[in-house]
Design a protein around this ligand. Structure first.
Ligand code: MSP
Length: 644
């Protein structure tokens, strides 16, 4: 049954003191994926992200850059928006804490708090004096024992904390200990993963301290109406974005629908660095102000690079802009969500990126789509064949449930199991054999229809992670490119007789960069074996060479020839046709390693039988120490391209 609750999802709003890094991209991509998955389930969803622009640290950074603060914020906020656009992140609102809508909302929330009473009847906000160590980068007071000595350094930023003494407004968090614990234990506020929930409960058990919600020394912020030379604490200001963006200020329709409703799911994605603010401060502030608190928070893990914390000083930052520039949005989104267990720390390596790209995207998914569509082009004139029995079982519910649990890798593993099943089904059923036999027309129709439906369902289920690739598959299937909904998940939606779109390559393989150091490479004219003069072969005329038709082909299936150590039977795709070729390369390549490879075929060779099996062409390979090394390409070429 469809869940009728509205679904509100937010990322943290990011500081504009620097351009976005991959950690920001990770959270935002996860949020975009989750929103799309919820919509695929039929949920009415709202996805919010934005930028956190007030506070001492940003004021200081702008000053250091010599740019007026607002202009500086505008510039960096634009960089965030551009990155989200490039990554196909589709938010419903981008909130900036310098927006007027936000400022009005913050002031309304503050107004409610100033008048609010705690559960014990005392005022929720009171004036007090704060004296303590303040880290401007965390925008947070630190306990003495949290600092690193010598130098009173913030343990996170390794920069000196500043001794600060001032008269502030305080929020009486200590009065909400019991309420917070009850919210979490009862599950009204669900915090995942469990370890993080326990961490929050542990913090409550140690006793909560009141915190100050105004700052005397900071200028760049929202002035406190009761004391205009103070500004509201940047964390209070920032947390409020989750409701101000929905027009809390005017009790707007979005606020009523996605936040202030008994049937609203209010969900925050956060990093472990900001747990305390989101799981303690924020719910308590809202409870005091009479606004419904969030009901779900998920704490994501940390990305490291080759085992080290991402940091500009060690030079191991991962630039998300550069990644999208090079690979496009889908592989970046896919890798971040497939490689990690969401909620756990994990390590980013370039090798893993290229490995996943080539094996999962170029080989598994890319080949499935190109094989399926090529066969329909070839055997059914590019039209959807008649429907037959439904053979393929692709259960979408468990996959959607994995998305819902933020188990992105789990969802993708299940989709890829279906990709593999379909690829194997193609090999096992050898549709190219059916195509030769007029008695098998119906069987081939049924097989191809079911295969196309399998591809369609797979594209729907990868859509949350790779919306662009999914859209391209829809187009190739002749379907309009639109956001899918639950009605699309039923089998059999392709209309028999409808024309398919043009086939385009989905994920061209990434070839490994040449790594042979200059000094090891033989000089261009050096003989292969030192001391042996190069053989002078009989030369042929260009006209002789022109008789040989060489073409690029993709291996779509490979299996060892029974009874032979050397021979392997390949099905290759030459763009306009598929063929069977027998090659003597079994001792050098495992059949599964051949699938997806782009090879060179002698296409106009007379068919021959090898060990009783027909071979229709020949694969080119070098022979080195009796090992075959296949000729391949160092950039992507379409199957069928002429080689000359
Ligand atoms: N402005 C505050 C949040 C206010 S929300 C009301 C802030 N901003 S931030 O720019 O520092 O972004 C923090 C978030 O970025 C983290 O909570 C996390 O989601 C993400 N990440 C930052 N670095 C990260 C990694 N190295 N790895 C994974 N995610 C990390 O805090």
């Amino acid at each position: 049954m469809t869940d009728r609750r509205t679904f509100f999802l937010s990322t943290p709003i990011y500081y504009v003191n620097d351009v976005p890094h991959v950690g920001h991209a990770y959270t935002t991509i996860a949020a975009d994926t989750l929103t799309r998955a919820r919509r695929l389930q039929g949920r009415d969803a709202f996805f919010l992200t934005g930028t956190d622009e007030h506070g001492q640290n940003i004021e200081r950074t702008a000053r250091e850059k010599g740019v007026p603060t607002q202009q500086y914020c505008d510039e960096i906020a634009a960089v965030f928006r551009r990155l989200w656009e490039r990554l196909d992140v589709r938010y419903d609102r981008f909130i900036r804490t310098t927006d007027d809508l936000h400022v009005r909302g913050v002031l309304k929330l503050w107004g409610r708090l100033i008048e609010a009473k705690c559960p014990d009847g005392r005022a929720a906000i009171y004036k007090g004096t704060y004296a303590g160590w303040y880290c401007p980068r965390c925008e947070e007071f630190k306990d003495e024992d949290e600092l690193k000595q010598p130098g009173n350094l913030c343990a996170i930023h390794e920069r000196p904390a500043e001794w600060t003494e001032e008269q502030n407004f305080f929020f009486r968090l200590s009065a909400y200990e019991g309420w917070l614990k009850e919210e979490i234990v009862s599950g009204r506020l669900r915090i995942d993963p469990d370890a993080r929930r326990n961490e929050v409960l542990g913090i409550i058990d140690q006793g909560l301290k009141d915190f100050s919600v105004s700052r005397a020394r900071v200028k760049w912020g929202i002035p406190v109406p009761q004391q205009p030379d103070h500004v509201l604490y940047v964390w209070f200001d920032a947390l409020a974005n989750y409701v101000t963006a929905l027009d809390y200020a005017a009790d707007g329709a979005l606020y009523k629908k996605y936040w202030d409703s008994a049937t609203a799911e209010r969900f925050h994605l956060i990093g472990k660095d900001i747990l305390r603010f989101h799981c303690l401060y924020w719910p308590a502030l809202l409870q005091a102000a009479g606004v419904p608190p969030p009901n779900r928070e998920f704490v994501q893990g940390w990305i490291t690079k080759e085992g080290r914390k991402l940091s500009k000083t060690t030079g191991n930052v991962i630039d998300p802009e550069a990644l999208v520039e090079r690979y496009g949005p889908d592989p970046v989104r896919y890798f971040l969500l497939r490689e990690s267990t969401y909620g756990q720390d994990w390590d980013f390596t370039d090798a893993a990126f290229v490995g996943r790209y080539n094996s999962d995207l170029a080989n598994d998914l890319g080949n499935l789509v190109s094989r399926a569509l090529t066969m329909v082009q070839r055997y059914r004139d590019g039209k959807v064949p008649p429907r037959g029995a439904h053979i393929v079982t692709l259960e979408s519910d468990p996959i959607l449930a994995s998305y819902e649990a933020l188990d992105f890798a789990g969802a993708l593993i299940q989709v890829w199991a279906a990709v593999t099943r379909l690829n194997q089904r193609i090999v096992a059923n050898a549709p190219w054999e059916m195509a030769k036999d007029p008695h098998q027309t119906t069987r081939l129709d049924t097989f191809l229809y079911d295969l196309l439906e399998g591809v369609r369902l797979i594209s729907l289920l990868v859509h949350p992670v790779m919306p662009r690739a999914a859209g391209r598959i829809f187009r190739m299937l002749g379907l309009p490119e639109r956001d899918p909904g639950p009605e699309d998940l039923a089998w059999g939606r392709l209309e028999p007789g409808a024309p398919l779109g043009a086939i385009e390559p989905l994920f061209p393989r990434i070839e490994k960069e040449k790594t042979v150091p200059e000094s090891d490479a033989p000089p261009p004219s050096a003989p292969a074996t030192p001391g042996t003069p190069p053989p002078v072969p009989d030369r042929i005329d260009i006209a002789d060479f022109a008789k040989i038709e060489l073409r690029a082909a993709v291996v779509i299936a490979a299996e060892k020839l029974a009874g032979s150590k050397k021979l392997v039977k390949l099905q290759v795709d030459l763009g306009h046709e598929q063929r069977q070729v027998v090659a003597g390369i079994a001792e050098s390549y495992a059949p599964e390693a051949l699938v997806g490879k782009k090879v060179v075929i002698v296409a106009n060779l007379k068919p021959a039988k090898l060990m009783g099996v027909e071979s229709n062409g020949m694969v080119l390979a070098a022979s080195v120490d009796n090992k075959a090394v296949l000729c391949t390409f160092d950039a992507d070429v379409p199957p069928g391209a002429k080689v000359k």
